[in-house]
Design a protein around this ligand. Structure first.
Ligand code: CTP
Length: 400
């Protein structure tokens, strides 16, 4: 693969990405811009990649590098993608080795932008990002966080480990089109916590892994992803907007705020069915007497509510539910699908160490149209990709 490095301070983080890529067996040709070399020098890239490093088109001309490097790549990954690089790529300018490579590459191209918030939000950058996406490139939204100085905002480069995951997930799709490009996807993940008092809660075992796998794979297929995470302690996926919540009511509020913009909604979160009527303001103490009974009230059914709103508004949003069942998996799943009214229900069997907190998952996907698709045991990202296949089959979407 080609690792294009733009001239931004975040270039130093790309040394770690490069290390991860080469250690996992990828052959990486680093193509920095001249500006990138002001941040991290040529010997560093050459030593870490074990490949020659050039920035211009006038070195080793007999090998025609300005054409060959792009032509022979399986993936071109540009990080940090500066406003300048993306402007040149959008305009088709070819004034150095990296921009030439971008024009000759026929493989998937990923840009991981990093810049100050003002530059990211500037109409010129917005237009360039839209142009690149419309041509099939994957442009990962930058993360929100600390920027170069003391300022914070959107524009931070995602962590190298997550950039590595993004590169890996795009590479595993080979030359498949980014078939979720232009689609806005909203995913809930994790498990809610219903406060009993400031230190105790009613919760569940959901780790958030399946929802995060859906978010990562959707981003690798070009989707614009918002992930609402309830009490998840996994690293933030690259290119995904993250909203953190804790209780079922907070989750309901976040989904309500985001749902109108979404073409596809996937509810993987394990939502507590009940919450304490009152959450004590101070820690409940043992009094020596019998404990007071915990009075509970039912939480709203968020998934059913999303379906009702969709019916009322008459949109063509696709809504996917997840159900964890311990017994009578299919019969319970069918009844649940009918009750909730979603388009697809991904049913998996839990208990006995299956599904919660594990790396692997298996499921049966029930369609509102009566279809049944079995997904065999495998990594959660395989299951996620199968779910996206089924969503795309049902609603091919619009061309971006
Ligand atoms: N769900 C929801 N809001 C709730 C409960 C569940 O949106 N209050 C969603 C979950 O995110 C999931 C689907 O509904 O996508 C099924 O969740 P599950 O807990 O299996 O469903 P319940 O309605 O709670 O069914 P039961 O507890 O009776 O099995």
């Amino acid at each position: 693969m080609v690792l294009g490095v733009g001239g931004g301070i975040a270039a130093y983080k790309i040394c770690e990405l490069l290390r991860r890529l080469t250690e996992s067996g990828h052959r990486v040709r680093v193509v920095p811009t001249e500006a990138a070399l002001r941040f991290v020098g040529e010997p560093t890239w050459a030593a870490l990649s074990g490949q020659p490093v050039e920035t211009g088109v006038w070195d080793r001309v007999h090998e025609v590098p300005h054409v060959r490097i792009g032509q022979s790549a399986d993936l071109v990954f540009v990080a940090p993608a500066t406003a300048d690089i993306m402007a040149k790529a959008a305009a088709g300018i070819a004034d150095d080795l990296l921009t030439n490579t971008l024009l000759t590459a026929r493989c998937p191209v990923v840009f991981a932008p990093a810049m100050h918030t003002e530059m990211w939000e500037h109409p010129a950058t917005r237009a360039n990002v839209a142009t690149l996406r419309s041509r099939g490139a994957i442009v990962l939204d930058p993360a929100v966080g600390r920027l170069t100085g003391v300022d914070t905002g959107r524009g931070r480069l995602p962590e190298p480990a997550e950039l590595f995951e993004a590169a890996r997930l795009v590479l595993r799709r080979g030359t498949a089109e980014p078939d979720l490009a232009g689609r806005r996807v909203l995913i809930s993940a994790g498990g809610t916590r219903e406060a009993i008092d400031p230190v105790r809660f009613i919760g569940n075992h959901s780790s958030g892994r399946q929802g995060y796998a859906l978010a990562r794979t959707a981003a690798a297929r070009g989707a614009d992803v918002t992930l609402v995470a309830a009490n998840v302690s996994l690293p933030d996926p690259a290119g995904v907007s993250l909203v953190r919540v804790s209780s079922a009511l907070e989750l309901a509020e976040a989904m309500e705020a985001e749902r109108a913009a979404a073409d596809i909604v996937v509810m993987t979160a394990a939502v507590a069915d009940f919450r304490p009527v009152d959450s004590a303001a101070s820690k409940i103490k043992k009094s020596g007497a019998a404990p007071a009974p915990l009075e509970l009230v039912e939480n709203p059914d968020i998934l059913a509510g999303l379906v009702t709103t969709r019916e009322r508004e008459g949109t063509d949003q696709t809504i996917v539910g997840f159900a964890a069942e311990t017994d009578d998996v299919i019969a319970n799943g069918r009844a649940k699908l009918a009750r909730k009214g979603c388009d697809l229900l991904v049913v998996n069997q839990v208990g006995g160490g299956r599904a919660f907190g594990t790396e692997d998952n298996q499921a049966t996907v029930l369609g509102a149209d009566g279809t049944v698709v079995d997904i065999p045991t495998g990594p959660k990202e395989d299951l996620a990709d199968r779910v996206w296949d089924l969503v795309v089959e049902r609603s091919p979407g619009r061309t971006p």
